[in-house]
Design a protein around this ligand. Structure first.
Ligand SMILES: [Zn+2]
Ligand SMILES: [Zn+2]
Length: 169
């Protein structure tokens, strides 16, 4: 789903104020950056906003595409490095990798994912929809479990419509 340009103000000098529709998300972002010694620039704030408003766990390229609408001179390399910096600092997460490119998620709270194995779309599944699950005792003995996340894989509706019926399970 493309990001609505209506949320952005091209003519504003102050992206930080105008691009953050959710003030608490902006404060949270600024706070986390300050805590990690990451300088908050308008471009970085917009990269974070693009990521946090996307439900699709976009790659750096996808974030870059939306970013250049507002920062035409932005470089893809900068977006790569910014997302990596955010991920290293725990401000965003690199989600389950199905090979390159890396996919990112601004939602660092515990939640589950569903992945379309045909088009690569990754969406969130709310915890309330899937419920809690118990980690088997054998793993609790062997691992220090830090996060519980389930990954469902399947073929999304648009892909099912495109695929010949005999290819579907
Ligand atoms: Zn699909
Ligand atoms: Zn997610």
């Amino acid at each position: 789903m493309p990001i609505s340009p209506l949320n952005y103000s091209r003519h504003s000098n102050n992206y930080l104020v105008d691009t953050m529709t959710n003030a608490s998300s902006q404060n949270d972002f600024t706070h986390k950056c300050n805590a990690k010694g990451i300088k908050v620039t308008p471009q970085r704030a917009l990269i974070y906003k693009i990521l946090s408003e996307s439900k699709l766990h976009p790659s750096a390229e996808q974030v870059y595409k939306d970013l250049t609408e507002f920062f035409p001179n932005a470089s893809l390399d900068t977006v790569y490095r910014t997302l990596k910096t955010f991920a290293d600092a725990g401000i965003v997460e690199c989600v389950e990798s199905f090979g390159p490119p890396a996919r990112y998620d601004a939602n660092t709270a515990s939640h589950h994912h569903i992945h379309c194995i045909n088009c690569g779309k990754i969406l969130d599944i709310d915890k309330s929809e899937l419920g809690e699950f118990d980690v088997p005792q054998s793993f609790i003995k062997k691992y220090c479990i830090q996060r519980k996340r389930l990954l469902l894989e399947g073929i999304c509706l648009p892909c099912q419509k495109d695929a010949p019926a005999e290819n579907l399970p």
